[in-house]
Design a protein around this ligand. Structure first.
Ligand code: NAD
Length: 482
């Protein structure tokens, strides 16, 4: 029988009030394998009330007590790591190995990191001249935080919101993506086993336009953390602004890599194949545009296309697999439409552009080969718009100035990857790029201690770090006459 998922509210499973469910498709086969609550505003309201009820008690726990709860969650996730990785791979299509090596360990790290950080938080104190007054900052949690997450790294991104939010003393209502609910569903049971007090974390499944919009509009949710597409982010912000909600937005990207002629071209090609096609190109930080200095352009295109051709596309459970299926039929069709557009725009397909031949079992799956497009100008739509799939466009540049101009030419500004052996140029170009993160001679090396997020249409609220105890607290200044 098809498994029916339930919302997790006040520590208990809850069917959606309207009794409606959505089909959950397995991307590798295209078959329905579970049913997801198609929740509405009434389920969100129930969850907000559960979170609100326990907030005074939870926020009054000591940092040490909250830290212990977070460590306990991390340990439980670790205990169920294999089951979670399997569920994540089946639900989203990512290779099982990637879920095991990246996503689940990072979800564990999210809780351990903030369990530790909450113990080391200090506040500022300033003595005025002649010690006549003492100013100090006081931080307090805000209340019920609304956390909305996308489908591409479902457990990792959701836990990156939950961990700092509850460590800081808030309680939360989560709305995971309706395309990949499974690990968030399992998380509910894990939280109970970890001894998380009921109501501190609540998880409501459903569509964005209904459950998501109800969460952003709820007047008793003063803080919103959203990760998803730029268009959705705009509508979340529009709903949040009239109520002056503290809002963080992690949005889309069109990340460029820049390869200078003095770089280790072979190493750059190897790493950029990874950055272009990891998780089928469905990571917000993936590089979908590569600008290469003219002198090494033919060599780079040849190497990049050859390495891309070595990627194995197929059964996500297979150890040898590098790329699984895309997340949904609609998303695959969207990516394919961009490949057709690239051809119309004058691009050449240097590799891929088609679907792999797999066994009958996977005939309904949403697979696509890694696709390499060359010869498009940086102004082409395929070079400007987020495709969010396994399509990488490569183009040459002549000068450093041109490389910077091409990179900065999109509305997005999430990240960039820069390849050069010239230290001065690395710093100069990195500082000129309008993005939140620049990786020099590497890609996606993450450290939770540094700020993360995008500029321009890639997000809002990066200062101080969106996924931080600072974001999830209100700071006030108290001035005492001595
Ligand atoms: P999406 O915007 O379609 O959905 C994200 C979440 O928002 C889902 O849970 C969805 O149900 C919900 N939602 C949709 N409409 C809503 C509304 N009106 N009100 C409230 N919630 C609503 O994005 P997606 O397709 O799930 O994810 C892919 C996008 O996310 C890509 O653009 C990618 O770049 C971006 N992303 C960004 C980051 C980052 O850190 N910047 C990380 C991962 C993904």
């Amino acid at each position: 029988m098809t498994q029916k998922l339930a919302n997790y509210i006040g520590g208990h499973p809850h069917a959606p009030r309207n009794g409606k469910y959505l089909d959950n498709f397995e991307p590798a086969t295209g078959k329905v394998y579970s049913l997801i609550p198609d929740s509405g505003a009434e389920d969100i309201e129930l969850a907000v009330q559960a979170a609100k009820t326990i907030f005074p008690w939870w926020s009054a726990r000591t940092a040490g007590q909250r830290s212990e709860v977070l460590y306990s969650i991390a340990n439980k996730i670790e205990q169920y790591a294999s089951e979670l990785a399997y569920a994540e791979s089946k639900d989203q299509g990512k290779p099982l190995a990637l879920a095991r090596e990246l996503e689940i360990p990072r979800a564990i790290h999210n809780f351990r990191f903030f369990a530790s950080e909450i113990l080391h938080q200090t506040e500022q104190a300033v003595h005025a001249d002649a010690s006549e007054t003492l100013n100090y900052t006081h931080r307090s949690p805000l209340g019920v935080a609304g956390l909305i997450s996308p489908w591409n790294l479902p457990l990792y991104l959701l836990t990156w919101k939950i961990a700092p939010a509850i460590a800081a003393g808030n309680t939360v209502v989560c709305k995971p993506s309706e395309l990949t609910p499974m690990t968030a569903y399992m998380l509910g049971e894990i939280l109970n086993e970890a001894g998380v007090p009921h109501g501190v974390v609540n998880i409501v499944f459903g569509r964005g336009a209904t459950a998501g919009a109800a969460l952003t509009a709820n007047p008793e949710v003063p803080i919103l953390s959203f990760t998803g597409g730029t268009a959705t982010g705009r509508s979340v912000l529009t709903s949040a602004v009239p109520k002056f909600k503290k809002t963080s937005l992690e949005l889309g990207g069109k990340n460029a890599a820049v390869v200078f002629a003095d770089a280790d071209v072979a190493e750059a090609a190897i790493q950029l194949v990874r950055s272009g096609f990891q998780n089928q190109g469905e990571i917000c930080l993936c590089n979908s545009r590569i600008f290469v200095e003219e002198k090494v352009y033919p060599e780079f295109v040849e190497k990049f296309s050859r390495y891309a051709s070595l990627l194995r596309v197929g059964n996500p459970e297979d150890k040898e697999t590098n790329m699984g299926p895309l997340v949904s039929k609609e998303h695959k069709e969207k990516v394919q439409s961009y490949i057709e557009l690239a051809k119309k725009e004058g691009g050449k397909i240097a590799f891929g552009g088609d679907t792999p031949t797999l066994s009958d079992y996977f005939s309904g799956g949403y697979f696509l080969n890694p696709t390499v497009v060359t010869d498009l100008p940086h102004t082409a739509r395929c070079m400007q718009e987020e495709i969010f799939g396994p399509v990488v466009c490569i183009a040459p540049f002549k000068t450093e100035k041109e490389a910077i101009e091409f990179t900065n030419s999109t509305e997005y500004g999430l990240s960039a990857s820069l390849w050069t052996r010239d230290v001065s140029r690395a710093h100069r170009v990195a500082q000129a790029l309008q993005v939140g993160t620049v990786w020099v001679n590497c890609w996606m090396v993450r450290d939770l201690r540094v700020p993360f997020g995008g500029m321009k249409a890639s997000g809002l609220g990066r200062e101080g770090g969106r996924h931080s105890l600072e974001f999830y607290t209100e700071t006030k200044n108290i001035c005492v006459k001595l």
